[in-house]
Design a protein around this ligand. Structure first.
Ligand SMILES: [Zn+2]
Ligand SMILES: [Zn+2]
Length: 273
């Protein structure tokens, strides 16, 4: 993709090459082609992939020509972890020969038991045995957040189905990714307080597990609404409806330019001075 095809968070084309972008390979939702998977890029190179729906690996290889090196899992519904088995098979042989080839997998400690139950319950991951599921991954349980390539990512609890089940992600002054959630004004007041672009679960209709656009209009101030980009909507037709109500929607496959993470920039400027 050329820089001319990069869109900013406000949907306008950006001609200036971007430093940090988020690309949705899939936007999720019941009728979507691919479940929600977003890739944070720095300098157009993938830095962190968020969630792993079925079919994610093929879409990722098509775009980046390599498997992800770092993955963050928001929660354990299958539209978010159903592609982990494909990733395991793709990685395991290289990871056994060289543990440095394992994929770093960040997940809140509260969802690790559920990951274990859903992915690792079988003695014979392969019929011949001899390998463990985690031999392909370096699992990093997190609580308040984690470091990756000198970036500090804050992790926060969303509101999805039940307590301590889904956890969003934030990079200060750059972006917030809610994960599947009902509106969380009490959380975004803190983690989205510095101009971050907010990627928010939002479809046309609300349900007990997900947000609808009317929820967002009811719960969030206008300044925040202007920074929200909806994902986890069901189809292109749903995206059109959301847009007709004044919402921006994540365009599958297109880079969305993000504000720079200011703390990192300050550190780099101080290092260079
Ligand atoms: Zn979910
Ligand atoms: Zn979901």
């Amino acid at each position: 993709m050329s820089d001319k095809e990069v869109v900013s968070a406000n949907g306008m084309p950006q001609l200036v090459p971007s430093h940090y972008n988020l690309t949705f390979l899939g936007v999720g939702g019941p009728g979507a082609e691919l479940g929600p998977v977003a890739v944070l890029e720095r300098g157009n190179r993938p830095l962190l992939t968020i969630d792993c729906p079925p079919g994610m690996l093929d879409a990722y290889l098509d775009r980046y020509r390599q498997a992800p090196r770092a993955l963050y899992i928001t929660h354990t519904h299958l539209d978010h972890i159903g592609g982990m088995e494909e990733l395991f098979h793709h990685t395991i042989d290289a990871a056994i020969s060289d543990p440095a080839q394992r994929i770093r997998l960040f997940a809140h400690a509260g969802i690790v038991p559920s990951l274990q139950d859903r992915l690792v319950c079988n003695r014979f991951i392969r019929a011949e045995g001899g390998v463990n599921f985690w031999d392909a991954f370096q699992l990093v349980p997190v609580s308040r957040g984690f470091w990756l390539n000198r970036h500090w990512f804050d992790v926060f609890e969303s509101r999805h189905m039940q307590p301590r089940f889904c956890y969003g992600l934030a990079l200060e002054t750059c972006f917030v990714y809610t994960g599947d959630t009902r509106p969380i004004p009490e959380v975004l007041k803190y983690v989205a307080a510095a101009g971050e672009t907010v990627f928010h679960d939002c479809g046309v209709r609300a349900n007990p597990a997900h947000s609808g656009f009317v929820d967002l209009l009811d719960e969030y101030p206008e300044e925040l609404l202007n920074r929200i980009v909806c994902y986890h909507y069901g189809s292109a037709a749903e995206a059109n409806t959301l847009q007709s109500h004044g919402f921006r929607t994540a365009p599958p496959g297109q880079r969305i330019r993000l504000p720079e993470p200011s703390r990192l920039r300050q550190l780099e400027e101080r290092r260079a001075s």
